[in-house]
Design a protein around this ligand. Structure first.
Ligand code: GLN
Length: 538
């Protein structure tokens, strides 16, 4: 195999321009030409991983098969490429420093002074090359978090400078920047981009390609101007206007031949083999749905929709699979605890209770579940959502008023959800939950089996508490059935109500595995059930 090619994606002017989507879109185009591609995110913050961060900080914490707690951009990478990522795909400054400091304590530096250059930059380099060195990938795209000019990003930009020098033609840099539109004068402005490219150049990095985010098409004249001021070819100035859906971005970039510009830079052949048939079919279904449903998403971080990124995207995939537009009604679970549940829930075709931690808003989640259960509204509970469904059933059907999780009430007489045995001795918070892929065996004839159509599945986890098996017999006698169990430990993975049109709670996180090419079967079936419910309501 020829040497691995490395693409770096940096950002300028402001954050939130969508480096993750641009990286995933370019990767999609290259993959659609037959290349094996992966994407990595380097995050400049000091946390070892985002696992201990509140979702209000950076949105959802995404989890990989190997149990890494990562930035939500890895979710985009998997959803676009339909290929799993791993711990190696997300590295933070905290992790880099931790490795270097561990080496220093072991005495590996043989008495030398340990410095940002070369020791930190060498460690960053090692982490970047790790993916290329697996031999699995022809192209590695590395997204550098933050914005050029940030103090935190400096060691990363310096590493890009060194690698550009070392790798020569096997390396290129894409700079994603903003071309703002000034409504007062009716003009698009190039100066912020010029400045941010200058700032990159001051660090010794010359970008090869500019991707310009803009509200409006930037046009040939501005492309020519940016090319002139920034030392890039005009064909390498690519506009990226606001898209209707993130899934349209690969097509927008393809229309300007970004994939060809990249292949040309790498001296790779440009063949007539780009296959976007399935992708375009998905976009078509998204754009022209035949029906519409409204699903209530119950959570406590709903002010920041990014906290539930993978769930929202899973709805988009499952919606397209059902040729149905899924509207989300965001419902704050704290409101349900205090005001009338009916007011919020009336007219919903389905209810999803989201994952979460801690007491805030928990009672409201129970209210939402009671409403969905009693009114035969399709219900999908994920992780804490499943635990809440068990508690609600324990309280309102089994009539154990104090049924609870020991997470919320350590002294309850009915701990129907309790701490896993393996968690009891855990003291440190970071990276110590039950994380990543675990096996689950399904009961034939269940809703879950009906969705997956096989007995053995594997799904990703992120939790400390579990269904307390001491109560299983009581629950099953009362009509709530365990339809999925971990074959090694007997942990309950799925609870269902066979007497209800569609009521499924899962201890795992199906949303992490839904992709454009493979919409998650549970989401697909849940949406199917909501369509049925909405027709019956009509
Ligand atoms: N707080 C619950 C637990 O730790 C659920 C976690 C989650 O929803 N991801 O078990």
């Amino acid at each position: 195999m020829a040497s691995t090619k490395y693409i770096f994606v940096t950002g300028g002017v402001t954050s939130s321009l969508g480096k993750g989507i641009v990286s995933a879109s370019l990767a999609t185009l290259l993959q659609s030409r037959g290349y094996s591609v992966t994407i990595q995110k380097l995050d400049p913050y000091i946390n070892i991983d985002p696992g201990t961060l509140n979702p209000y900080e950076h949105g959802e914490c995404y989890v990989t098969n190997d149990g890494a707690e990562t930035d939500l951009d890895l979710g985009h990478y998997e959803r676009f490429l339909n290929r799993p990522t791993s711990q190696a795909n997300n590295v933070t400054t905290g992790r880099i420093y931790q490795s270097v400091i561990d080496k220093e304590r072991r005495g590996d530096f043989l008495g030398k002074t340990v410095q940002v250059i070369p020791h930190i930059t060498d460690e960053i380099k090692r982490r970047i090359m790790l993916l290329g060195n697996t031999g699995e990938f022809e192209i590695v795209i590395t997204e550098i978090g933050g914005t050029v000019g940030d103090i935190e990003a400096l060691p990363y930009i310096e590493t890009v400078r060194q690698l550009k020098w070392e790798l020569g033609d096997d390396c290129l840099v894409i700079h994603l920047t903003l071309v703002p539109f000034l409504a007062v004068t009716g003009e698009l402005k190039t100066k912020p981009t010029q400045h941010s490219v200058k700032s990159l150049q001051e660090s010794g990095v010359q970008p090869d390609i500019l991707v310009c985010r803009s509200e409006k098409p930037i046009g040939e004249e501005i492309k020519r101007k940016l090319a002139l001021f920034c030392n890039v070819k005009k064909e390498a100035v690519i506009e990226s206007t606001d898209a209707e859906t993130i899934y349209a971005v690969p097509i927008l970039l393809r229309n300007q031949r970004l994939d060809e510009v990249v292949l040309k830079k790498f001296s790779l052949p440009i063949e007539d083999n780009l296959d976007l048939v399935n992708w375009k079919d998905f976009l078509y279904k998204l754009k022209y749905p035949k029906t519409e449903v409204t699903v209530g998403l119950i959570g406590k971080y709903i002010e920041l929709h990014d906290s539930y990124k993978s769930i929202v995207e899973s709805f988009i995939h499952a919606g397209a699979a059902n040729e149905c537009k899924v509207n989300i009604k965001w419902i704050h679970s704290e409101n349900l605890a205090t005001e009338s549940t009916h007011k919020y829930m009336e007219g919903l075709d389905g209810v999803l209770v989201a994952p979460g931690f801690g007491e805030r808003g928990f009672e409201g989640k129970l209210e939402a579940i009671r409403y969905a259960r009693e009114n035969n509204i399709p219900f999908f509970g994920i992780c804490l959502g499943m635990q809440a469904a068990v508690i609600e059933y324990g309280r309102n059907v089994l009539k154990w008023e104090d049924a609870n999780s020991t997470e919320m009430d350590p002294d309850t007489k009915h701990p129907v959800i309790s701490l896993m045995e393996t968690q009891k001795k855990v003291k440190k918070k970071g990276g110590t939950m039950r994380l990543g892929a675990c096996d689950c065996t399904l009961k034939e004839g269940s809703q879950a089996y009906n969705a997956y159509r096989r007995k053995e599945i594997s799904e990703r986890h992120r939790h400390r508490f579990e269904f307390n098996n001491e109560y299983l017999e009581d629950f099953e006698k009362a009509g709530m059935i365990a339809t999925g169990k971990n074959p090694d430990l007997g942990l309950v993975e799925i609870m269902e109500l066979p007497s209800h049109p569609w009521f499924v709670g899962v201890q795992f996180h199906p949303e992490y595995k839904s992709t454009v090419a493979n919409p998650h079967p549970l989401f697909v079936k849940f949406i199917e059930a909501t369509i049925k419910a909405s027709k019956e309501q009509a």
